[in-house]
Design a protein around this ligand. Structure first.
Ligand code: GLN
Length: 536
């Protein structure tokens, strides 16, 4: 039997509801509870897989291959659990399921309606999460803002869900902005009163309020919110601006967020064990070294497009007692004339994943620059492909070598689309997604980093190295040190006799954790620190 927490948002979007949800997840886990986190996104897209990073930031990928909102990445990093398809459900997916059922005749001739069919489907997703994970607590974040047309069916599902359960089975937390009037330093509670009323008019009554504001809310404001929103004063929790998001569980714990939640849910559990988390945050705030890593990509104006990569760099920095400063380098403007100016002062270079031809020349140039100047280099997915293109052209004599993704008429297609079992090329919406196994070659650098031979990593890509070119690339200095178990797919390569030049086809950033940095990111940071020290 699970208990359930719902988190809604009020006044405006983008106030860090996801981080509140995930911090609560961590706190409940620290009290010994098994927690599943899920997010309902009210948009119509089936998933964010096809959305532009400009619209949506990074697409996170779960072990079972769901392409999800980037909040799911925060969830995994905070609670250190691997989540699944049930972690992110959109309106599009809910409707698709309902329409599929209707087509299969499963509604026995009924008129299919938002209530009850859509809302039943939504509620089913909460039960699915609870059952799949045997969770003690399922935390469900409702994306968007209360009052949006799109989120109405989700709020209605919460209302029904509440009514169908015992009082101590469900807690509803409303997170909302308390704005400040510019110039007067005065915080205003009116917007929160309105969003509370709106939620009440939809039949949902929050048990707790989490406020977001630029400055601290004082006793008077707290009293006002308690009175107007009908919650206890100690059920009002502040989620302040923090420099480091990992501080938030500590701050919320001190205010009694998890205490109140377990009290309302009538759960008899120990206080949250915070020692390890506190220590981690303390270390994050007291780092001895600093390295500068260039992140070369085409979405660098929007840092959220590389969220998990940035987090992974920080985790690896922590593991090596080092702050990581990121130099954001736009691959679209890099050319042979200006590249020195952008990359000469960095200690390491990373080229993360990406899709489409735009900006690829800059990525090829960046890995060439790293190779020629012996700067530690780490390429991920597209970053691996562009690094191999450079090596193929410059070291293997394959003039014009390219991926058909960028040049259909290349004389040397060193990447190709995966083939299905009939040997036909598979087209359209056919990414290799989620967990796949990989075997490491003993004696390789990456084997020393992982300290194991059989690994599993998450994927999100369409093209694979064309095996016809394996031999010529090996002769040119590439060691293929990570392969699929049947050796048909290349997963990782290293440049031979090189301090650190490693690239992988999968996305290691999805498995890095704040207190368990990913081996490959650790390798990059370690080599970058060495590189920095060697220059001093
Ligand atoms: N565009 C490349 C592919 O589809 C790489 C994708 C990625 O970087 N995730 O294979």
């Amino acid at each position: 039997m699970s208990k359930y927490v719902f988190i809604t948002g009020g006044v405006v979007s983008g106030i860090g509801k996801g981080i509140v949800a995930t911090s609560l997840g961590r706190l409940l886990k620290n009290r010994g509870l098994k927690v599943f986190l899920q997010k309902f996104d009210p948009y119509i897209n089936f998933d964010p897989g096809t959305m532009s990073p400009y619209q949506h930031g990074e697409v996170f990928v779960t072990k079972d291959g769901a392409e999800t909102d980037l909040d799911i990445g925060h969830y995994e990093r905070f609670i250190d659990e691997e989540l699944t398809q049930n972690a992110n459900i959109t309106t599009g997916r809910v409707y698709m399921n309902v329409i599929d059922k209707e087509r299969r005749g499963e509604y026995n001739g009924a008129t299919v309606q938002v209530v009850p069919h859509i809302t039943d489907e939504i509620k089913q997703k909460i039960y699915d999460a609870s059952k799949e994970y045997e969770a003690d607590v399922v935390i469900t974040e409702i994306g968007g803002t209360v009052g949006d047309i799109e989120s109405l069916p989700f709020i209605e599902a919460v209302r029904q869900f509440h009514g169908e359960h015992e009082k101590d089975d469900v807690v509803i937390i409303h997170t909302a902005l308390v704005p400040e009037i510019p110039g007067s330093d005065e915080l205003k509670t009116k917007p929160i009163q309105h969003s509370y009323k709106q939620l009440m008019s939809l039949g949902v009554k929050p048990n707790m309020i989490v406020t977001r504001s630029n400055s601290k809310i004082d006793q008077e404001i707290r009293k006002k919110i308690a009175m107007f929103c009908d919650v206890r004063e100690h059920a009002i929790i502040e989620s302040p601006n923090v420099e480091n998001i990992y501080e938030l569980p500590i701050i919320l714990n001190r205010q009694g967020l998890d205490d109140y939640v377990v009290h309302k849910l009538n759960l008899d559990v120990r206080p949250a064990e915070m020692h390890e988390w506190n220590e981690m945050v303390f270390k994050q705030q007291h780092l001895s070294h600093k390295v500068k890593i260039a992140l070369v990509g085409k979405y660098v104006q929007l840092h959220d497009a590389y969220l998990s990569v940035v987090e992974s760099l920080k985790h690896a920095g922590l593991a090596h007692d080092s702050e990581v400063e990121i130099d954001w380098v736009n691959s679209e403007i890099l050319n042979p004339e200006n590249i020195d100016e952008y990359l000469k002062n960095v200690d390491g270079i990373i080229v993360p994943g990406g899709f489409g031809a735009r900006g690829t020349n800059g990525k090829i140039l960046a890995s060439k620059y790293a190779r020629e100047n012996k700067i530690p280099f780490f390429g991920i997915s597209m970053g691996m492909q562009t690094a191999i293109i450079d090596i193929a052209r410059e070291l293997a004599g394959l003039e014009g070598a390219n991926s058909p993704e960028f040049d259909e008429n290349t004389p040397h297609p060193i990447f190709s689309l995966m083939e299905n079992h009939d040997g036909e090329e598979v087209l359209g919406g056919t990414l290799r997604l989620g967990d796949y196994p990989c075997q490491l070659v003993e004696g390789s650098k990456v084997h020393a980093l992982y300290q194991e031979t059989d690994i599993v990593e998450r994927h999100r890509h369409r093209y694979e190295l064309n095996n016809d070119y394996r031999e010529v690339l090996e002769k040119a200095g590439i060691d293929f040190v990570g392969l699929s178990p049947d050796e048909s797919l290349i997963e990782i390569f290293e440049l031979r006799d090189y301090p650190f030049f490693v690239a992988c086809q999968f996305h290691p950033e999805f498995k890095s954790r704040p207190n368990r940095a990913h081996p490959l990111f650790k390798g990059l940071i370690e080599a970058s620190i060495q590189n920095k020290l060697s220059k001093q």
